[in-house]
Design a protein around this ligand. Sequence first.
Ligand SMILES: NC(=O)c1ccc[n+]([C@@H]2O[C@H](COP(=O)([O-])OP(=O)(O)OC[C@H]3O[C@@H](n4cnc5c(N)ncnc54)[C@H](O)[C@@H]3O)[C@@H](O)[C@H]2O)c1
Length: 330
Amino acid sequence: MQVKNVLLTGAGGKIGRAVLPELAKAGYQVRALEYTDGLKVDRLDNVEVVCGDLRDPSLARRLIEGMDVVIHLANVKENKELFLDANVKGTFYLLDACKEAGHIKQYIQAGSDARAGIYYYPQPIPIDENHRHSGYPGYYPLSKVLEEVMCEQYQIMYGMPITILRFSWVHDEDDILAHVTLSEPNLGVPVWKDWAVTAEQKAYFEKGTNAVACLVHPDGSAGKRQIVGIKDVVRSILLAIGNPTAIGEAFNISGPSPFAYDVLAEYVAKKLDLAVVRFEVSEFRDFCIDMSKSRAVLGFDPEYDIFRIVDDALEFRKAGRTRSVCPYPG
Ligand SMILES: NC(=O)c1ccc[n+]([C@@H]2O[C@H](COP(=O)([O-])OP(=O)(O)OC[C@H]3O[C@@H](n4cnc5c(N)ncnc54)[C@H](O)[C@@H]3O)[C@@H](O)[C@H]2O)c1
């Protein structure tokens, strides 16, 4: 498949800002959508920045003009007021414009492991691509399911060349340290403060003492989950673009393996010379992501295990870099 011109929505967001320079470096001519009310997009060679709002029904047609591939990342997270218009209708406008225009060679949709419920439901077997849609409660997972169902239908009804990349929780900058330590900024779920019940746990928050959280189940065993490093996410998008075997398929995009919170906590505690505090979180179920399809079909070989993700986060802090603005807490 010959691909030259690529439309990237959500170009100012967490994934967009990382993938944009790599698309330009790979020689694509990129049209990047900068949300009128949102994060700014870097001005780079080979990148045309267009400002707009995907809730505007007339925007999609103009955006896809002359494009070969659409990469749709733009999205709001947990937002009852906006999710239907920005995520569901925004995706519909793009899909429908592509169907009407007929010249788009590939439409890549950002999916999420949220569509499979991850830690919210018991997950006795690894989550593979055939796992049924079963988002956990919330407007964001609901929108990720609805977006995918629309994509599936546009593929079935109109033969649209669609690829869905289902990202796990994406870690960039010092996200993993923000998540696993008690001090601000806090990121992601669980929110440790909400699970502080003993006097010892509460004292850390009352005194503002930092420590590393270890998530445990009621039986005392450590929680397990799977996340993905931003560099692996970028690599997965580049592998999918113009790849004929990716057409009509959905792929899990996660790290090489799950991690256990006790292993993560010990590693971070040693690096930062902090104590480990155990938090019993009854609502958390272990899960892992089956990566065999994306490995076999896309040739995706994720490199960032939990230790590399932590090492990069420590480097980020050591270099005194400032976290990017994040419009949502996870
Ligand atoms: N970050 C993660 O951990 C993660 C995990 C799984 C899936 N995903 C998916 O990947 C995609 C990108 O996620 P992200 O983390 O980069 O998100 P982000 O919130 O960092 O960025 C989203 C981008 O969409 C733009 N946007 C919001 N509303 C818009 C509108 N009405 N019109 C045009 N643009 C609009 C924002 O300005 C921003 O640039 C999303 O579809 C998300 O569901 C992300």
